[in-house]
Design a protein around this ligand. Structure first.
Ligand SMILES: C[S@@+](CC[C@H](N)C(=O)[O-])C[C@H]1O[C@@H](n2cnc3c(N)ncnc32)[C@H](O)[C@@H]1O
Length: 393
């Protein structure tokens, strides 16, 4: 397979318009073949992003929560058999068009160990009986495919439970440490989805985070991003806002670390001293995240923590309000097809049910306490009345 030039990629991309994750082929005149209205709804396009290769750009103003992409994996590397040699045959099953599109994805060569070359050569010559220039070309192809896979593949499910997948369209999303979209593998849909996590203006680039954008400082993030061979120039990494943003993120990490220790039962100078203080810390984390526009799924556990502290404090209405905020975040980041999360006893719906049960238990307890108090009051009244009668005699 030849290396694909940017010009070729652009030519290929030019024949495609994207409509909420559905790709519609255009005829040579650029008209939509089957539905001439769908192009009016295109939400974004693939085009060059200065210094970043290709990227996705909003064609219209996009509200928070809008689903931008829902696409199945082109190739899946299962977690049970993570060796690439097992999926080499899957690459060969792709249609020429898919193969061409995949070949146009970005690749960072150092993501493949050069020492693999010898092993691949050996396998291809013995098992596939390649030789001479055909063998050289096959080795080069496999090295290139591996590099494309490693550069673009994303985890499917928590800790790659469903493997690592290569997705054609979402692979074009560039990185920012202040992202505006969230990508997730949806087990119920068996697709990767991309949602806007805040309002995006027409012309703005859609960006997601390739790293733990909140926890690391910008040098630590730069180390992780080195894998993709670029230096991030988002407002958290470059420019006048860096020091302020860095300070705020440090504060978030400080608070979150203290809360994590507190949740494990530690109490020291770096942890809150009780549930009320923990709630105050948790609320500060929420405020700092939102203030910096970090409003993707990082917000969900922060809301959960606050909701949990409220339950522990018996503040059930507030606990429910935070649980509903968590659900709101989950919905705008992941959509509504989250049955898999509830089944795994995860996710905001599951937590809301738990808070409802706790609130019900609380109501019963309060009602019983009130009944007991009324009974005791009556008893005391009777006793007092008896005493009064005795006193009157
Ligand atoms: C998953 S691909 C993203 C799409 C890619 N731009 C393309 O043309 O296919 C990752 C590659 O995109 C580029 N990239 C992503 N985010 C970037 C950023 N913030 N600044 C510069 N380059 C970036 C890097 O070359 C990286 O190796």
């Amino acid at each position: 397979m030849e290396a694909h030039s940017m010009e070729k990629v652009l030519r290929d991309m030019d024949g495609i318009r994207i409509d909420s994750g559905v790709t519609t082929e255009l005829d040579s005149a650029g008209e939509v073949e089957n539905d001439d209205t769908s192009n009016d709804h295109a939400l974004f396009e693939v085009r060059l992003s200065a210094g970043k290769g290709l990227g996705l750009f909003a064609l219209v103003d996009i509200p928070r929560g809008m689903r931008l992409i829902a696409e199945p994996a082109l190739i899946i590397l299962p977690t049970s058999e993570p060796d690439f040699k097992h999926i080499w045959k899957d690459f060969k099953k792709l249609t020429p068009h898919q193969f061409d599109q995949m070949g146009g994805l970005s690749s960072v060569s150092h993501t493949v160990k050069s020492s693999l070359q010898g092993l691949i050569r050996h396998r291809l010559s013995t098992q596939q009986q390649y030789s001479g220039t055909a063998l050289d070309a096959a080795v080069k192809d496999e090295m290139q495919m591996r590099a494309i896979f490693n550069t673009n593949a994303v985890a499917m499910g928590m800790e790659s439970l469903y493997g690592r997948g290569l997705f054609l369209l979402s692979s074009r999303l560039n990185h920012s440490c202040v992202p505006n979209v969230f990508q997730d593998y949806n087990v119920t849909l068996e697709m990767t989805t991309v949602h806007a996590t805040r309002a995006i203006k027409e012309g703005e680039e859609l960006t997601l985070s390739y790293c733990q954008h909140v926890r690391n400082n910008h040098e630590e993030r730069a180390e992780v991003l080195d894998f993709w061979e670029f230096k991030c120039d988002c407002p958290a990494c470059k420019g006048p806002e860096v020091s302020v943003r860095e300070k705020l993120r440090r504060r978030i990490v400080e608070l979150a670390t203290g809360l994590a220790k507190y949740d494990l039962g530690s109490l020291d100078y770096a942890t809150p001293s009780n549930h009320s203080k923990a709630l105050v810390w948790g609320e500060e984390v929420l405020l700092l995240l939102r203030e910096q526009g970090l409003e993707d799924m990082v917000l969900a556990p922060a809301y959960r923590k606050c909701s949990r502290y409220c339950v522990q404090l018996g503040q059930m209405e507030k606990a429910m309000a935070y649980a509903r905020k968590e659900l709101e975040v989950q919905r705008y980041c992941l959509g509504t097809e989250t049955a898999h999360m509830e089944m795994d006893m995860e996710g905001a719906e599951f937590w809301i049910k738990h808070v409802e049960q706790m609130a019900e238990k609380d109501r019963v307890k309060i009602a019983m306490n009130q009944k007991r108090t009324r009974k005791e009051d009556k008893k005391a009244e009777k006793k007092a009345a008896k005493k009064a009668v005795k006193g009157g005699r």
